[in-house]
Design a protein around this ligand. Structure first.
Ligand code: BGC
Length: 406
């Protein structure tokens, strides 16, 4: 078998992502903490104690040859009260950024990753446009304090996932199941993203900075079992609502400088109760990860071609899986890197790739079962162990490409 090397463009950014609530631990001031109590869910508790161990965690990132780490800033810690900035917390995040820079790793900073301060709920959360101003107050303080460390901000992570889980499925806070409310919340989050874009630009006063919204994209395939025409229509509708609408909204208002894609899996579409949804048939020959998600690297290629159609640079700000066997992580990684390379060779302007996640971490309503990390975390001892497949990723990052058996 001949080996061929898939080379990536010079300066391609290789990295991994984390979010504050999922990794930091010790956070009793945000709405997720309250939600865990109310619903008696597995609590995030100490998570990976990344708030304390960020230095040694970034040593791991450096060992893996990562050029970027995506972090998020916990709004609830920075603003434990409305209109108030906790300076010591801002200093903490400055130290986090310095720790990355000291290791020649670029911080990509997210400003909202699914959690809100406790005081936001009585204001009706993102249902009320008042929250936009409160969020912008936080954004201004944080961006001004951290601007020297980064030129890339990711404002609100996956608004449509937040809205779907919290306002349609009701499985995340605030546990609402109302489409009208969901729509209002989505519009407020997108409006906040636009307003934050303008704030960030004005703070950088014309200096180079890229701002975007990490957007969850799925590849909507038609369910191959009967009703082909209808299923194709369901897939088209899902694509328009979930993939296109948020990006069209921001691109039309010139409120993103690049497209930030979070991609994990596909979704087989069909109509359910007259609405486009997901079919519940078998796996159609695709492997399912431990969360039951259909692994589909071809889907990444498809969503990248859509993302590139906006004529902006594209970053993959999350991609990853949770599996029982290391070989399956490796296979996922290799297939998805190949898909990116294929999109690159067809002219897509893709600039970076971040694996979700640097560490195993708290997976929201799924607790600590799923393990997405490059690094295994023992939650009792807080010991870290780099997983074997992560060594393969480190090689890709170091060599800026991947060898495959042709
Ligand atoms: C979210 C992460 C989450 C990951 C895996 C992404 O959509 O941004 O917070 O852990 O998916 O479910």
């Amino acid at each position: 078998m001949a080996d061929s090397f898939l080379r990536f463009p010079k300066d391609f950014l290789w990295g991994a992502a984390l979010s504050a609530y999922q990794s930091e631990g010790g956070n009793a001031v945000c709405d997720w903490y309250q939600w865990e109590q109310k619903r008696r869910l597995v609590p995030a508790g100490n998570a990976c104690r990344h708030y304390d161990f960020f230095e040694s965690d970034f040593d791991i990132a450096a060992q893996l040859h990562l050029g970027a780490v995506r972090i998020s800033i916990e709004w609830a810690r920075v603003c434990p009260r409305e209109g108030y900035i906790e300076r010591s917390v801002v200093e903490h995040y400055r130290a986090v950024c310095r720790a990355l820079r000291a290791r020649h790793i670029k911080p990509l900073i997210t400003l909202h990753h699914f959690t809100n301060p406790l005081w936001v709920s009585p204001l009706k959360g993102w249902e009320s446009s008042r929250v936009i101003d409160a969020f912008l107050f936080f954004v201004r303080a944080v961006v001004a304090a951290l601007r020297e460390y980064t030129d890339m901000w990711l404002v609100i992570n996956e608004p449509e996932v937040y809205v779907y889980n919290g306002y349609i499925a009701g499985i995340w806070p605030p546990g609402c199941t109302n489409i009208g409310t969901a729509w209002r919340v989505l519009r407020n989050m997108l409006a906040a993203s636009c307003a934050a874009y303008r704030e960030i630009k004005s703070i950088y006063c014309g200096e180079m900075v890229q701002v975007s919204m990490p957007h969850h994209m799925r590849y909507f395939r038609q369910c191959p079992v009967s009703n082909f025409g209808q299923n194709a229509l369901a897939a088209w509708c899902n694509n328009m609502v979930f993939n296109r609408y948020p990006l069209d909204y921001l691109a039309r208002r010139q409120a993103i400088d690049c497209v930030a894609v979070n991609y994990y899996c596909n979704s087989f579409s069909a109509f359910k109760n007259f609405l486009p949804g997901e079919c519940s048939c078998a796996s159609h020959g695709l492997h399912k990860n431990t969360l039951g998600w259909h692994v589909d690297a071809q889907g990444l290629y498809q969503v990248l071609t859509q993302a590139c159609s906006y004529g902006l640079p594209v970053y993959i700000t999350e991609n990853g899986t949770t599996e029982h066997a290391d070989a399956l992580y490796k296979e996922y990684l290799v297939r998805h890197i190949q898909a990116i390379h294929r999109a690159l060779t067809q002219g897509c302007d893709i600039r970076g790739y971040l694996w979700w996640a640097l560490l195993d971490n708290f997976e929201w309503d799924n607790g600590y079962g799923p393990r997405f990390g490059l690094t295994h975390v023992d939650y009792t001892t807080q010991e870290r162990r780099i997983k074997p497949f992560a060594q393969e990723y480190a090689k890709i990052c170091k060599e800026n490409g991947i060898s495959i058996n042709a």
